[in-house]
Design a binder for this molecule. Structure first.
Ligand code: SF4
Length: 230
């Protein structure tokens, strides 16, 4: 008998959670730091982001007004370890402009309202795409907005859970439709940890080449025929 997608996706979480435990994940000591990290992590590793955030902390500017008041060149210098620092400086400043000038630098006010409206507000900021917006919503804003990333896509494709050309929205809707069985407060934690678990599996086992299926917690959920193409 064919298992349903919901059965597979929920079992995947149980298997990953049994291997890794609850991840209590998203690096960042405050919601604002999470937002800054979400913008800086585009196209770079998290260790590079951490170095840039350490620079901001050492300069005592990891606060919306102080960060926005920094001259652009000074901010770019501090963000240099994150790579593409000129682009990220512009993106971060675009977000800060909206936050400081439109919401009195108050992140709770920025995140207030129904999830679709706050998401649209984020997506309207130049340089913030769906993955960045959803990361901010889920890990800084208290909104249950499922995050899809390259790890999610690779794992889902290899297991036959989505088409090879699935869009971000399609993948997100797939997760939302099949992982919506918990009430709101628990769903937020579940989705936060679900994404964190996928990141672990993606890093440890589901590499772009030569995935290590034999040792992966998701091995029992491989499609018939087993080993996917790498
Ligand atoms: S490594 Fe293999 S078993 Fe693990 S998620 Fe990737 S395809 Fe699935």
């Amino acid at each position: 008998m064919t298992r349903s997608r919901a059965t597979d996706l929920r079992r995947a979480y149980a298997l990953m959670r049994a291997r890794y435990g609850h991840r209590h994940w998203w690096p960042g000591e405050t919601p604002f730091e999470v937002c800054v990290g979400a913008i800086l992590t585009q196209n770079t590793s998290w260790s590079n982001v951490e170095r840039a955030i350490a620079n901001l902390k050492a300069a005592d500017v990891l606060e919306p007004r102080r960060l926005y008041a920094l001259p652009e060149r000074r901010l770019a210098t501090l963000l240099r370890p994150a790579g593409y620092f000129n682009v990220k400086t512009r993106r971060l400043r675009a977000f800060l402009r909206e936050l400081v000038e439109g919401y009195d630098a108050a992140l709770p006010a920025w995140f207030a309202g129904p999830t679709p409206a706050v998401r649209a507000r984020l997506l309207a900021v130049k340089g913030i795409g769906p993955e960045t917006a959803d990361s901010m919503l889920l890990y800084a804003g208290g909104h249950a907005s499922f995050v899809v990333d390259a790890y999610t896509r690779r794992i889902f494709q290899r297991h036959g859970w989505c088409a090879s050309d699935a869009t971000y929205d399609h993948l997100q809707q797939l997760c939302v439709a099949n992982l919506n069985h918990l009430p709101t407060p628990r769903r937020l934690d579940y989705w936060q940890d679900y994404h964190a678990q996928l990141v672990m599996v993606g890093k440890d086992f589901c590499r772009p080449r030569r995935p290590d299926c034999a040792h992966c917690p998701l091995h029992p959920l491989l499609p018939p025929g087993g080993q996917p193409k790498s």
